[in-house]
Design a protein around this ligand. Structure first.
Ligand code: PEP
Length: 251
């Protein structure tokens, strides 16, 4: 488990102007940010440079996507080397919107993940079942095993796994904290089988899916859950600040 609780804001394709993006981080930085929290914002690519210049050390940045190629003739793609050179050290890979709307296969996710780790980025790997009655053990095993195919134990310390049941994303229907905890434990079991028990306990495992100012504390307080990946509620400054404060109560 991570020594700090990790809160990640996934802004998706928002906001529509650089001004709004800047005002949001200024609003966050105006707060006294708790010391035991790692705060990461994943804005659209076009705001990364601006935010890098304005976030200081308190907020880290994540990209929402990466090319599986490092360089070359790949129109429209953004390479991990570009992200690294910009000072962006994290990337989200395997988000359900990329899997199921943009058609990313498990093979592509594996390629992207290996490229990101090779370049030295920390990967936030999103996994989770589509429907509430899916066989979660089967889904998580398949998604994690395929994403980590060919990844050696020496690289695994740059991996964060976010359990994000697809049915809970953007629906307002959050998972229960007990069920999210059992999913997190299942994820640790899979990592233990693949890499050994010490990695399973050390690896940060987060919950994501309709996290709000009302329910954030329930998830973050769980012993096997290291924080939250927040979508919709990370776009509303006051809600996001309340979520950060909810994590602080675990100090
Ligand atoms: C997400 O985008 O990963 C997410 C969890 O979104 P939301 O919080 O809006 O459900």
């Amino acid at each position: 488990m991570s020594a700090k609780k990790i809160i990640i804001a996934n802004w998706k394709m928002n906001p529509q102007t650089a001004d709004e993006a800047l005002r949001f981080v200024q609003g966050v930085l105006a707060q006294r940010l708790p010391k035991n929290i790692e705060l990461i914002i994943a804005p659209p690519f076009v705001y990364l440079e601006l935010l890098k210049k304005n976030c200081g050390k308190e907020i880290k940045l994540a990209a929402q996507n990466i090319s599986w190629a490092e360089r070359g003739a790949y129109t429209g793609e953004i390479s991990g080397l570009m992200l690294k050179n910009l000072g962006c050290n994290h990337v989200i890979i395997g988000h359900s919107e990329r899997r199921y709307i943009m058609g990313e296969t498990e093979e592509i996710i594996n390629l992207k993940l290996k490229t990101a780790l090779r370049i030295g980025l920390t990967v936030i790997l999103a996994v989770g079942e589509k429907e509430q009655n899916d066989d979660i053990s089967k889904v998580l095993s398949r998604q994690i095993e395929s994403a980590l195919e060919g990844v050696g134990v020496s690289e695994i310390n740059r991996l964060i796994i976010a359990y994000e049941p697809v049915w809970a994303i953007g629906t307002g229907l959050a998972d229960t904290s007990d069920h999210a905890l059992s999913a997190a434990l299942l994820i640790r079991k899979i990592i233990s089988r693949l890499y050994g028990p010490e990695w399973a306990s050390d690896m940060p495992v987060l919950y994501g899916g309709s996290v709000s100012e009302e329910n954030a504390a329930d998830f973050i307080a769980q012993n096997g859950i290291d924080g939250a990946l927040v979508g919709g509620a990370s776009l509303e400054l006051q809600s996001f600040i309340k979520i950060i404060k909810a994590a602080e109560k675990n100090e």
